[in-house]
Write a protein that binds this ligand. Sequence first.
Ligand code: ADP
Length: 217
Amino acid sequence: MFDLNQRQERIIEIVQQNGPITGEKIAETLSVTRAALRPDLAILTMSGYLEAKPRVGYTYKSEGFHNAIRRILNQYRVKDCKSLPVVISESSSIYDAIVTLFTEDAGTIYVVDKDNYLNGVVSRKDLLKTTLGQTDLFKVPVSVIMTRMPNVITCTLEETVVEAAKKIVDHEIDSLPVVRVFVGDFGQERQEVVGRITKTNIARLFLDLAYKTNKEG
Ligand code: ADP
């Protein structure tokens, strides 16, 4: 995915309004030489925005519905739509985890070690399952039932929301911890939890985009 520069966007506008139009005429409109425009026109034809017909000039080629959607969606990053993580310590009891689930209104809780690095995740069903057995909810630490590192699927602030959504769907989970990765003194990777991205965050982005489209007509 690449972004067009201001001049390239202006060229597209000119061609949309006046096409078919020759390179000479576009250069004239922009008050630059034909030679100066050559790289921009090459990029725009190669990337499929414009079509160059010999002896006719440039015409605008619509990028197509699906390409437009892909281009728009890929602009959103995890850092734009994450929310705050709900975190507990690995020594907390299962009972504490259940209470946290209710008080923080979260579906999944991230479990951290004594240095505050990600150690595991515990979900609604993990907790429900323990209530079916003989487990002492007050005594057993949540670390016994969590899904632990390195099996936790995470994402970073710079990843696109589309990449995060793909991980959520592929792994059939409800959320991903958003992490900053550090490399420890002995080369081991440690992850600091800086957010969470859930199916709700993604649904919200979907709605925002729908309303934006409405407002802009
Ligand atoms: P629920 O338990 O409400 O269905 P999930 O579908 O998210 O919630 O969890 C299903 C299983 O996947 C649980 O055992 C949970 O520990 C695990 N899990 C949840 N999130 C992650 C994640 N980001 N990475 C790895 N495993 C996860």
